[in-house]
Design a protein around this ligand. Structure first.
Ligand SMILES: Cc1cc2nc3c(=O)[nH]c(=O)nc-3n(C[C@H](O)[C@H](O)[C@H](O)COP(=O)(O)OP(=O)(O)OC[C@H]3O[C@@H](n4cnc5c(N)ncnc54)[C@H](O)[C@@H]3O)c2cc1C
Length: 381
């Protein structure tokens, strides 16, 4: 069976790797002419790394990933420690580690692996404009007029998925009331005591920072409330002085970190959501990752759920006799879990930007997600 995957993000690449491993023929069509390092970190919990190990990526990622001994949650103004969370032995608890990575290291590892197991399957500069279902196959029409045929299509085209809007629900993404900034700091430019994992929060603001790339870089993500936001994309340059002014009330350590981004570069973007979608498939087309269920970042589980989707969808296609039956089983398996994670991320965001005290950190702990086993857990929910 030939499967076309629209979108070469974490979800699309994981789907291509999992399906190739299961014996399907895949093609990944990515709109961008080239993939670039977007300068950001990513946290991958055991439920995500379990999938990456299954796909053969674990040992390579271990070379640059960082697992902090602990994360401190601190009062945004005084820097006083509100809660200290020691990192548990996740391999012993869940059979998979907790990793913090440079996003590019992850994306690069996935693309390299795909080139090894399915040479030529990754096509850059291939924006899909329209899908047409034709009985037992789907026709893909590209922006340059080209046409391809596949037995089934996985739409992993992200939160702004045009396939979702055309085939499932035309409603555009909705601004969630938060703006985020991100940057990377060379740890050589920081005093030793700031080479750490910490979250400073309170007064409607929050800054999460952690080491990536073997500790050579420190990634930070800062979030604040906003009433409205109009720009698109997540690589909008933010003036450094404007950003520092926004977080001027934060403690000295946090301010030192955010004032030293590599090349003085900070990027900003608005956080968006979409109403919950009950039906993720139509005939032989199915949504996956952010296209199906965008999630606020406060749980660190958006990419993790895209990885889980990839694994479960592949297993459903292997176990069912038709793509339509497989997509129904995938929806049944994934729907309840993803919905609860999506709602949990919203609640956690409210707390994370709330009062800087211990109560704000209680409930909806991300750890509740970690035991999920997309590789060998039951299908069908
Ligand atoms: C601030 C922030 C921090 C985050 N931190 C974490 C974290 O620590 N841990 C975690 O698990 N998750 C995290 N996430 C969530 C995570 O980044 C996303 O959930 C994940 O990247 C979604 O992957 P995806 O493949 O579904 O979509 P995307 O990564 O958006 O990929 C979609 C791809 O499709 C392509 N595309 C779009 N339209 C077309 C088309 N018509 N034709 C061809 N190609 C197309 C795009 O160019 C893009 O490459 C975070 C998100 C944010 C915003």
């Amino acid at each position: 069976m030939k499967i076309a995957i629209v979108g070469g993000g974490i979800g699309g690449l994981a789907t291509a790797l999992a399906m190739t491993q299961a014996g399907f023929t895949v093609m990944v069509y990515e709109r961008s002419a080239q993939l670039v390092d977007q300068g950001a970190g990513i946290t991958l919990a055991p439920n995500a790394t379990r999938v990456l190990y299954h796909l053969g990526l674990g040992p390579g990622l271990e070379e640059t990933s960082v697992t902090p001994p602990m994360t401190e949650y601190r009062h945004y103004r005084t820097g006083a420690v509100i809660m200290r969370m020691m990192t548990k032995d996740f391999r012993a608890l869940y059979g998979a580690p907790y990793m913090r990575l440079h996003r590019w290291d992850l994306q690069h590892a996935m693309i390299t692996r795909l080139a090894e197991v399915a040479p030529g399957a990754f096509r850059l500069g291939s924006g899909v404009e329209r899908l047409e279902s034709r009985g037992d196959h789907v026709q893909l029409r590209f922006a340059d007029g080209r046409v391809e045929i596949a037995d089934a299509v996985v739409a992993a085209d992200g939160i702004r998925s045009s396939i979702r809007e055309t085939l499932f629900n035309p409603a555009p993404p909705v601004f969630a009331g938060f703006v985020a900034w991100r940057g990377l700091v060379d740890t050589a430019d920081l005093p030793r005591h700031l080479h750490e994992s910490a979250v400073a929060f309170g007064h409607g603001r929050h800054i999460n920072r952690y080491l990536v790339r073997s500790g050579e870089l420190l990634n930070f993500i800062a979030v604040a409330h906003r009433d409205k936001w109009e720009a698109e994309g997540w690589t909008i340059p933010a003036p450094l002085d404007e950003f520092l002014e926004e977080f001027a009330s934060f403690d000295e350590g946090t301010r030192t970190v955010i004032s030293r981004p590599v090349l003085g570069q900070v990027f900003k973007w608005g956080l968006f959501g979409r109403p919950w979608l009950e039906q993720w498939s139509s005939g032989r087309v199915v949504l996956l990752g952010d296209a199906a269920h965008p999630m606020l970042p406060f749980l660190g589980q958006g990419a993790a759920n895209a990885l889980e989707d990839a694994m479960i969808l592949t297993r459903c296609l292997t176990s069912e006799s038709t793509p339509e039956r497989a997509f129904a089983l995938y929806q049944k398996t994934r729907g309840p879990r993803v919905r609860s994670a999506t709602e949990q991320a919203v609640r956690r965001g409210d707390r994370y930007l709330g009062e800087p005290n211990e109560d704000s950190l209680k409930g909806d702990e991300p750890g509740a997600q970690y035991a999920y086993d997309a590789v060998s857990g039951p299908l069908g929910g």
